[in-house]
Design a protein around this ligand. Sequence first.
Ligand code: T4K
Length: 431
Amino acid sequence: MLRTAINKARAADLAIFGGCPAFEEALYVGRPNLGDRRLFLQRVNAALDRRWLTNHGPFAREFEQRIQSRTRVKHAVAVCNATVGLEILARALDLSGEVIVPAFTFIATAHAFRWLGLTPVFCDVDPSTHNIDPLQIESLITPRTSAIVGVHLWGRACDVDALEALARRHAVKLIFDAAHAFGSSYRGRRVGGFGDAEVFSFHATKSINALEGGAVVTNNAALAERLRQMRDFGFAGDHDDVIGAGTNGKLNEISAAMGLTLLDSMDDIIAANRQVYQRYLYGLSGIPGIRPVVYDECEENTFHYVILEVDETRAGLSRDQLMELLRAENVMARRYFHPGCHRAEPYRSDPQYAGVKMPVTDQLAQRVLALPSGGSVGIDKADAICRLIRLAVAESAQVRSLFAAQADLAQYQALFTHSENDPRVTVERTV
Ligand code: T4K
């Protein structure tokens, strides 16, 4: 709950320096949407009544049809999550050797390929879109490259035309990690039908969730058939005929029931997200060094992610200081995505990545902050969060010196505790 009495005017009023937190309860990034609980429970009961809980049940099949009609793509293959979806897709396309992926993304993008023994080759991103930079891809293509992977980060579509041209020119596959982009469009066409295939996530933290879930979508019928077999242990049709290796990537009925329930409310969810996003844009406007990610009004988006870039030089405080300060107020902002994938294990310690330089990714990983968004936040709380950020930046000199004083104190306390336990050190204490 928002404390109505908050009246913070000075740096010392901020909770991190001893003031009262602005919110009684924590506000999270990625708080799940629930849709109409009654409808969800009705569907759960129906699944229990018919005792059909998984293995391409009626809800999973309906979910696939609804994804097809929403994206206007011919085939949707529902899976248990997007990571497994990417893995199955890589197998179904017979990818081998190297796969070019952006370095600035959730680690699952790179791991899905590494897990299969493929080599993710990192590409830097465009600072203005946060998406893979097509201009940098060509120099990364080698005879071992089998695919380019675009990620539509924050639901803003990649430069699909440029990526399609590159993939065609070099005769490699093109796939999209569309985990953030269900409900987005590119040049008026809905995301889902680009490249060889695209993979959506319906994780609990996504605007449309199936608790855990995902879908691989494609207009290629033969590929869709392979995907279906591979997500089901390699069975073809009836469970008698195994025609190849496969895994278990099926979506269960309770997850599908949740997905359907959220699809029922999708327009309302987008409207609520958009209202909160616009409120943030308004509330953050003109704050030096705070630049929100802006969505193109001519394209569809779910406005699910409210993302800031913090320019420390202009804001007077770093992204991490801002995050710490907001967290003390119970605003659980997140560093999406930190660090860049090339700086996470196992890539960081793998000699084949030695010398890899991703300057834009490194800069974004230091600057980007995700704020709580959507219906669970609402406009009053978004306003209050903007006021906190405005105050922190306006009082940045004071904020920095209070942070420095805290650090000094912590250092002194650590020394004191250490000395207390160290028989070689005698500390004078005043009681
Ligand atoms: N590609 C991209 C570009 C992705 O962003 C993702 C997933 C994938 C691929 C893989 O998709 P899946 O295989 O998951 O379908 C979360 C999600 O677990 C992950 O799905 C998502 N991206 C990523 C961006 O966010 P974490 O490590 O941040 O999760 P966690 O547990 O810290 O929770 C995130 C926030 O959501 C917190 O603020 C708490 C809140 N939350 C979370 C859950 C699960 C809730 O309020 N309620 C909940 O039930 O990864």
